[in-house]
Design a protein. Structure first.
Length: 115
């Protein structure tokens, strides 16, 4: 399973970003391999439709679960159609979010990829 968490910087100790479409990066944990990657949100600076474009990007990456703050209705519809579960949680760090929602929290020692 792939879990994506919105953030403004790379790293497990970074806060979960509340704004899905405007986050800087998606921290993605592959729970099967334990690999962490930090993927820039290509839609962040778009003047409109950032959430919808970010949702499509996550679908293209094969994400199964998204942990973020707020998701707009258009993006939420796309994620639902793609069977991506969405959990709203911004009470802590990326690592805490991963632990809370079924990941092992990742590891800075795990293979790290910057896409």
């Amino acid at each position: 399973m792939k879990i994506a968490v919105t953030s403004d910087q790379d790293g497990l100790n970074q806060a979960v970003e509340e704004r899905f479409g405007r986050c800087a990066v998606f921290a993605i944990l592959d729970t099967d391999s334990g690999a962490m990657s930090y993927v820039p949100n290509r839609a962040r600076e778009d003047s409109s439709g950032a959430g919808v474009k970010a949702a499509q990007q996550l679908m293209d990456l094969g994400v199964d679960l998204l942990i973020t703050g707020k998701v707009g209705p258009g993006a939420l519809e796309i994620l639902k159609e793609g069977d991506v579960r969405v959990e709203s949680w911004v009470a802590g760090t990326v690592g805490e979010a991963l632990k809370r929602f079924g990941g092992k929290g990742g590891s800075e020692q795990a293979p790290l990829t910057r896409c």
